[in-house]
Design a protein around this ligand. Structure first.
Ligand SMILES: C[S@@+](CC[C@H](N)C(=O)[O-])C[C@H]1O[C@@H](n2cnc3c(N)ncnc32)[C@H](O)[C@@H]1O
Ligand code: SF4
Ligand code: SF4
Length: 340
């Protein structure tokens, strides 16, 4: 199955071919329970491997080189209480936090085909030790990482290491006014986080980005955030307010209007991981009948096995014509459309 993703196998080198073959066949042989059937089945699998080494399947064409984004919602828990967002209202029990080794394995298995790994939540920095491990591994594998954060957990040591690894940090800012900030975050954190943003800018330079959410409540504030970013040379992105289940903010752009533009949803590039390890193709998958149930779980299954199931292909196909307001979310847009 690794052949579907590992397009470097097209490159020259007998060593490469042997490694591809063994990587595929070893997993296969382990799954054959009957010792009598193992040899004939491995022979058949070897023939199949030889064919697929040279034949480019539709699935392989779809998962082009570096064409995917792996997005990990590491937790639902958060130390802020933003009224626009309901994620923090449903934190997973502490003992159900996914062991980071499962995600690292997933990253390792997919890395040839990832242009980016994105960490979000909840608040990812509540699991800073995991984040550091993921950032290290992404760097080692040559996968650029982006983390979206409220900025509360940032410190100099973390930022310095992050900068050296070349990763990008997105801090969410919906106002640069103290009162509005504290209202929008549901916590009195303006005086704590603002100096951290300045520190992040000093250490990260162009690796720092700011993202704001546009709603009726924030629409007066966003131009001021944009101007504040421009003064400091920080790239800024605006995400339209969406229904995250909180219903405390008001749409600046109505859902029908968000869905009405002719832009296609780019979420088919995504491989999304929930805090418990469940895999979906976009975090709004419940809108698509065939995608309601997760495709699998990386705590129990190999990610390539999950992505190669028939339902995974069918879900990707169903997403082709999908047109809901969630297509406007940053994670569902092509990279080139963000942070200009
Ligand atoms: C859910 S947060 C998780 C990461 C981190 N806690 C943060 O706030 O940056 C990811 C992004 O979604 C944005 N967001 C939160 N609620 C939203 C909503 N209802 N509609 C659109 N974006 C929202 C946040 O501002 C943030 O930029
Ligand atoms: S938007 Fe981010 S910081 Fe605010 S409550 Fe949601 S997860 Fe927490
Ligand atoms: S429009 Fe929404 S539900 Fe449909 S594929 Fe895109 S993100 Fe998923």
């Amino acid at each position: 199955m690794s052949l579907i993703y590992d397009l470097r196998m097209k490159g020259p080198g007998i060593g490469r071919a042997v490694r591809d073959y063994l990587g595929e066949i070893r997993h296969f042989a382990r799954r054959v329970e009957s010792p009598i059937q193992r040899v004939p089945l491995v022979m058949l699998k070897s023939i199949e491997w030889s064919i697929y080494r040279w034949y480019k399947t539709p699935l392989r064409r779809f998962y082009g080189v570096k064409g995917n984004e792996l997005i990990y919602m590491i937790t639902n828990a958060c130390n802020d209480r933003c009224p626009k967002c309901a994620i923090w209202e449903h934190p997973e029990p502490k003992n159900q936090h996914l062991d980071v080794s499962h995600f690292l394995r997933c990253l390792e298995r997919l890395h040839h085909n990832l242009y980016q790994v994105t960490l979000t939540g909840g608040e990812p920095l509540l699991f800073k030790r995991d984040i550091v491990k993921i950032a290290d591994e992404a760097h080692r594998l040559g996968v650029p990482m982006v983390m979206v954060t409220n900025g509360r957990g940032l410190d100099e040591g973390f930022l310095t290491r992050y900068q050296q690894q070349g990763h990008v940090l997105v801090i969410s800012v919906d106002s640069v006014n103290r009162e509005k900030w504290n209202e929008f975050r549901g916590t009195q954190t303006f005086d704590l986080v603002m100096p951290k943003i300045e520190m992040a800018l000093r250490i990260l330079g162009d690796q720092l980005r700011i993202q704001s959410v546009l709603s009726k409540e924030s629409e007066q504030e966003i131009p001021k955030v944009a101007a504040w970013c421009k003064e400091r040379g920080i790239r800024h992105n605006v995400q339209l307010y969406q229904d995250f289940g909180a219903n405390n903010w008001t749409y600046a752009v109505e859902p029908a209007q968000m869905a009405s533009d002719s832009s296609p949803c780019a979420a088919r590039k995504n491989i999304c991981v929930y805090p418990n390890g469940d895999i979906v193709k976009c975090f709004d998958h419940r809108r698509i009948p065939i995608a309601k149930e997760p495709l699998g779980n990386i705590a129990r299954q190999d990610i390539l096995e999950i992505l190669c199931t028939r339902r995974s292909t069918e879900v990707s196909r169903a997403m082709l014509g999908c047109n809901f307001p969630c297509k406007q979310m940053s994670c569902n847009k092509p990279q080139a459309a963000l942070f200009r």
